[in-house]
Write a protein that binds this ligand. Structure first.
Ligand code: SER
Length: 316
């Protein structure tokens, strides 16, 4: 393969920021172009403003920077998506379709499309959820990602594009406070524990969800994209697992470090979203195809989160 020349969309997001930095460490700062509609990534040059629906601008950025790989992270998440379904569909699905067409037209060598546990729904078996299961998502976000997976698979079959995808569990990291997702509680809780020694959770105490710590999710993404083509057997979202826990269990893990930490529960509309997802994931295909293996469990993540957050200004 040629020297990687990467364009990241949604680079100002929770995952985008950390992924952009990690890609730059691996491939060199000037080989990774951060783009977003949010100007936050201006701190991270080379940066370009990009509205994902502006195909002409996207095309000109691909030409300007001689891009040969795209990580298409720009999307609206599950909770925000419910506030404006039509807008969410437009950004998430039409945004992807524009990219898929440009991947064909500009002969982009590799495309990464993040999918999610939100593709699962109430008809999906909830425990140790297998790769190929009934998908009847309850949210517009889940609908757009399920359809996105199908479009990726279709473009691979029809046009031979090299697209790779992961169904991300809830992502937890200290680098930013995520917005608009249902799994965000598992980040907020650490900030609240350090600041107020108390957290009011918007999910019920026994809502078990698949989660992953930032260093693991970044490594999974970069490893999948660097894997040999011959090792990739799925062109839609790979199931990926690291850990599963409930709000009560994450609170207990925090209490080991902050004994007077307390939590109470005031579930809102996000409870129904979380309840429609699965509890745990069978990711044997990812482990087999590209040797995926997570490093962090709940307690090692808690230790690292609290350590990093107590050092950073973000928490002050
Ligand atoms: N973390 C996402 C959300 O909560 C799920 O992919 O919306």
């Amino acid at each position: 393969m040629k020297q990687a020349r990467i364009l990241v969309t949604g680079a100002a997001g929770q995952l985008g920021k950390v992924l952009t930095e990690s890609l730059r460490e691996k491939y060199g700062i000037h080989n990774v172009i951060a783009t977003d509609i949010n100007s936050l990534v201006e701190e991270l040059p080379p940066y370009e403003y990009l509205d994902i629906l502006n195909i002409e601008r996207l095309k000109s950025l691909i030409d300007k920077y001689e891009i040969n790989q795209i990580y298409h992270l720009a999307a609206i998440l599950s909770a925000s998506g419910e506030r404006n379904p039509a807008f969410t569909w437009n950004i998430n699905l039409n945004g992807l379709l524009g990219i898929l067409n440009l991947v064909v037209e500009k002969k982009i060598e590799r495309l990464f499309f993040p999918s999610t546990i939100a593709v699962f729904g109430n008809t999906t078996p909830r425990v140790n959820t297998a790769q190929d299961v009934p998908l009847l998502p309850e949210t517009i976000y889940g609908m757009s990602k399920t359809s996105g997976e199908l479009w990726c698979n279709y473009y691979h079959k029809k046009h031979g594009i090299d697209v790779r995808s992961i169904r991300y569990p809830g992502v937890i990291g200290w680098q930013s406070i995520p917005e608009g997702g249902t799994t965000d509680y598992a980040v907020e809780i650490y900030h609240a524990a350090l600041k107020d020694k108390h957290y009011t959770c918007f999910l019920e105490k026994d809502t078990r969800l698949p989660m992953i710590y930032m260093p693991d999710v970044i490594r999974a993404t970069i490893d999948l994209m660097a894997a040999d083509k011959s090792d990739i057997s799925l062109r839609y979202g790979y199931n990926l697992a690291a850990m599963s826990f409930t709000p009560e269990e994450i609170a207990a893990s925090i209490k080991k470090h902050i004994p007077d930490f307390t939590i109470d529960y005031k579930p809102d509309f996000r409870q129904a979203i979380a309840a429609s997802w699965t509890e745990s994931i069978d990711d044997s295909q990812a482990r087999k195809d590209w040797k995926w293996n997570p490093e962090y469990d709940l307690d090692s993540m808690t230790k690292d989160m609290l350590n990093n957050l107590s050092k950073t200004a973000i928490n002050k």
